[in-house]
Ligand binder design. Structure first.
Ligand code: AMP
Ligand code: FE
Ligand code: FE
Ligand code: ZN
Length: 272
């Protein structure tokens, strides 16, 4: 019972379960603390904090922000940002607005290749949350255009595929600064996805404080490598499941396991 999971999504972005349900599930899995890290949104955090008190599980406020380095998407996790910081909220709102117009462009591109999806169908799928490709993928599956998520991304939605539209380019440095200015701790998400560790040095100069060592896509060797990189650069170590809901790409809360000690060190960083 000393486990934490510092990377979870809810219906505030592209997760399929409400913050309340995610907290409840984590509590049932005997996890001591979880971080809610929705894409470009902190709107699920209040609900999660309240639910956490009920179930005696510590809830860490967080966020996941996408940036672009050349054409490569780089994600940053931000821990303990002030969720009532006006400028921060305004910037997140801008990113969500951009997700909105990008979705309209993606739907247009799909129409051009004979796939008919209405914007309202995607909005219904996403409800009030930060619109993402997974919402569109779910509609594609429901309407029988593809059989699953993998097919949706490899055929249409992935980078370089016919319906792919890039979002407004936020640089990694800007994403890091945004988190720092809101009082948060910036951490590089799933570095194993980028296959380019040489970027890390620059991110540290920009203010990066940690690295997500534990993530379901990381092999045993990658996990060891990132642990060593973290030690070398004196970076915090975090990790989590990247949970998006049952039946989604990452669907097991608490896997891979991360020790509470890592969260303690993260909290010390906040006090500095
Ligand atoms: P977006 O934020 O709209 O650019 O969509 C990115 C999200 O799509 C990621 O956070 C994942 O949740 C999901 N995703 C990306 N690639 C894949 C994939 N190949 N299969 C399933 N889900 C994916
Ligand atoms: Fe996601
Ligand atoms: Fe991510
Ligand atoms: Zn994530």
């Amino acid at each position: 019972m000393d486990k934490v999971d510092l990377h979870l999504h809810t219906t505030a972005s592209d997760g399929t379960e409400t913050p309340r349900d995610v907290v409840k599930k984590a509590a049932e899995s005997n996890i001591r603390a979880i971080a809610i890290t929705d894409h470009d949104s902190v709107s699920g955090i209040d609900e999660a904090l309240k639910e956490g008190k009920k179930h005696n599980i510590e809830v860490v406020p967080g966020v996941e922000i996408s940036s672009y380095c050349n054409d490569q998407e780089i994600h940053f996790l931000g821990y303990y940002p002030q969720i009532d910081n006006f400028r921060f909220l305004k910037n997140l709102q801008k990113m969500r607005d951009d997700r909105f117009s990008r979705m309209q462009k993606m739907i247009k591109k799909l129409k051009a290749i004979g796939i008919n999806i209405n914007f309202s169908e995607v909005c219904q799928e996403a409800k009030e949350s930060a619109l993402g490709r997974p919402h569109l993928a779910r509609v594609l599956i429901k309407k029988g255009y593809v059989k699953d998520f993998t097919e949706a991304f490899t055929k249409f939605l992935g980078k370089g595929k016919p319906a792919y539209v890039q979002r407004k380019k936020l640089s990694p440095a800007k994403a890091i600064t945004l988190i720092l200015k809101a009082g948060g701790v910036p951490v590089l998400a799933h570095p194993g996805l980028y296959k380019n560790d040489s970027l890390i040095r620059q991110f540290i100069k920009d203010g990066l404080r940690g690295i997500e060592v534990f993530h379901p896509i990381h092999s045993r060797w990658e996990t060891i490598r990132y642990k060593l990189i973290a030690r070398y650069y004196n970076l915090l170590i975090t990790g989590g499941s990247d949970y998006h809901g049952k039946g989604e790409q990452f669907s097991t809360i608490g896997e891979p396991p991360v020790s509470y000690r890592n969260l303690q060190l993260l909290k010390k960083e906040i006090k500095k």
